[in-house]
Structures are given as C-alpha cells and as structure tokens.
Ligand binder design. Structure first.
Ligand SMILES: Cc1ncc(COP(=O)(O)O)c(C=O)c1O
Length: 359
C-alpha cells in the first residue's frame, strides 16, 4: 500500500523560497558579507548590555503587547499607541498586512523588481501578485501602478527606497499616486531604509499617513539600527488596519531581548546619526568610484548599490566572492551590493574595475 502525504494547500505550490544573502564563507576567501544590507557596525552604545540583562529572564515570555517599545515609538513619532503594531521584523509585519487584507481572488500590487518577500507573502495568503515593471531609470512607475488597480486590489506595496535598486519616489509623485488610489485599498510605504535618505524630495511616510487612513508605514530596526538578528519591526497605521495587525501577530513573537534592545537603540540617537552619516559618505564614495569606472549606477538612497549586469551577473558575483566579498546576485538581472566596511567596499570596487575593463 502506498502511503499518501499529508495534504497541503495548493497555494503553496511553486512559492519561491526566500533566498537569504549568502554568508561569508568560514575559512574561505570571502571574508565580508555584502549580501543582506546589514549594518557593519556593532550594536549602538548600551544596547548589548541592555540585551544581556534581558537575556537573564528568558525563562519568561516577553511582554505580549510590547508596551515599553510601543510607548517609546508613539512618543518619538507623535502617533497614538493604538496606531502602532510590532512584529518579527518588518517582513513579519508585511506578512500580517497581506494576511489581513488579501486572500484568494484578491490582488496585491508591487513594483518589480522590488523586495523579494512581496511575492512570497502574497502567494502564502492565496492572493495574486500584480507586478508592475520599474521604469528604465529603475524607479517605481507610479502611474502604471495606479492604472493596475482593479476592484480586486486590496494592498499596494511602495518600497521607498526600493530594494534592490536604491531608487526613490518623491513627495509630489507619491501624493499624486495616493490621490488616484481608492480609499479602500491599503497602501504600504515600506521604509526599511529611510534613515539613509538624503534626497529632500522624498517624504517621510508618516506625514502621508497622518492625512490618509489607507496609508500604512512600515519600518524596521534591522538596517540603520543594526538589530537584524533580533527580529523587530513595526507599522504605523490607522484603525482598523492596526487592530488587524494585532490580531494576525504571532503571539509573543518579538522577544524581550528585541523589545529592550529596540528601546535602547531609540535612545542612542546621536550615535545612530553618526553611523548612518558615515555609511552615507561611504555610499557616495562607492557610487562615485563606480561612475568613474564607467558604470551606470542608479542613484541610491539606501545602504546598497545596484549594478545591472544582465547575463554577466553570476560571473560578477563569483569574481567578488573569489576576491573576498559576498554580494547578492539576481541572475540575469544584476547584483545588489551592501555598503559595508571600507575594506570590503574597496575589494568590491577593485573587482568592479577589473570587470569593467573586460566588458
Ligand atoms: C524593503 C525591505 N523591507 C523589509 C525588509 C525586512 O527587514 P526585517 O524583516 O529584517 O525588518 C527588508 C530586508 O531586507 C527590505 O529590504
């Protein structure tokens, strides 16, 4: 008798698995990881000590409501605590947003290429992805995205700056877009990299959320704040969206370590600003050097740069790895390279220079 496997939901068939950035190989030549847009700096001052204190109590469940973190964020952003929802990284909150709004027969719109979790979380919900190609300049095509809205659309992601291109949309374009989107469609402004933006035309999504009940802002402690390994992110949204996020959260998902480290990080604003400024300076140096070598690099407002390499993508990533840095290839399209330690960036620039000569 042949045994049958347990029946799984058909919606899961063909879901692309999330590819994490490759780690730097232990003992191998690749000593630096520039593949996951992580922060190269250690935790902000005082954060490690706070997390160690919290670790002493990990026989206890964390605070389910993330009370202290919620209060700190509410105060920081001048929003009601009821409009805040925390989760296991902003990708966890993004998944809760899709689960809360879209199921079979519903559509979720996002630019493509953009953050690779969007197709995965959409499909897990059983909803349909509607991908709108980026413009030639690798920027969100907000007009085409507005035109893609149908009566089945439930949620639209706008990733600003966009992962993996680093490009941004400005206040005017975003406002025009929001004016066109029906008020019963949720627009999620994914601002995972907002701290790295220096272009003054880019709005802080919280300004837009204040005026519009269908706008939700998604933020993370993983990038500028350097807490990627602790898994904590949050959304700012009006009711009933914020309440739906609390319903769909994994109970006790955000550990006490993560909650306390996030609060301590928020209180270390000066050190954060300095580190972000140093990374932004490094970004300018790397982008300038690439342009000087003859590459066309979209202007990045995030902590990474994007090189469109087409068919040469995998070769380029291999050359980087052989030289000592792991980057993130999207085969057939390009590579995304995180701005990391100066030494790592120099290795990447040397590979880029050699490669350019061979093109
Ligand atoms: C655009 C964007 N949103 C969200 C995330 C998720 O970050 P986390 O779940 O660590 O908060 C990432 C991570 O790479 C990202 O690039």
């Amino acid at each position: 008798m042949t045994e049958k496997s347990p029946k799984l939901r058909g919606a899961l068939d063909g879901i692309p698995t999330y590819k994490p950035g490759k780690p730097a190989a232990a003992g191998g030549p690749a000593a630096f990881k520039l593949s996951s847009n992580e922060n190269p700096y250690p935790p902000l001052p005082g954060v490690l000590e706070t997390a160690m204190d919290a670790a002493a109590s990990f026989n206890r469940y964390p605070d389910l409501a993330c009370t202290a973190l919620t209060a700190e964020l509410a105060d920081r952003f001048d929003v009601p605590p009821e409009h805040l929802a925390t989760g296991t990284g902003s990708v966890g909150v993004a998944q809760q947003l899709v689960q809360s709004t879209a199921g079979p027969g519903d559509e979720v719109i996002y630019a493509w290429r953009s953050f690779e979790a969007y197709p995965i979380i959409t499909q897990i919900s059983g909803a349909t992805s509607v991908r709108v190609p980026l413009t030639e300049g690798e920027v969100h095509d907000l007009d085409a995205m507005a035109e893609a809205v149908t009566d089945r659309t439930r949620l639209i992601f706008v990733c600003n700056p966009n992962n993996p291109t680093g490009t941004v949309v400005g206040r005017d374009g975003l406002t025009r877009f929001l004016d066109r989107v029906p008020s019963d469609v949720l627009v999620v402004l994914d601002e995972a990299y907002i701290e790295f933006i220096r272009d003054e035309r880019v709005p802080n999504g919280i300004e837009l959320y204040r005026e519009r009940p269908n706008v939700c802002v998604l933020r993370t402690f993983s990038k500028a704040y350097g807490l990627a390994g602790l898994r904590v992110g949050f959304a700012i949204a009006h009711e009933p969206v914020a309440a739906a996020l609390r319903k769909t959260a994994v109970p006790f998902g955000v550990s006490q370590l993560a909650q306390d480290a996030a609060v301590a990080s928020l209180r270390s604003e000066d050190a954060l600003r300095e580190r972000v400024a140093a990374l932004v300076e490094e970004r300018a140096r790397v982008s300038g050097a690439l342009s000087g070598q003859g590459w066309t690099v979209p202007e990045s407002q995030a902590n990474f740069v994007w090189l469109r390499l087409g068919e040469r993508t995998v070769d380029f990533a291999g050359a980087c790895e052989a030289a000592g840095v792991v980057v993130r290839p999207f085969p057939g399209e390009g590579v995304r390279v995180t701005i990391g330690e100066e030494e790592a960036n120099d290795i990447f620039l040397r590979v880029a220079e050699e490669f350019r000569k061979e093109l």
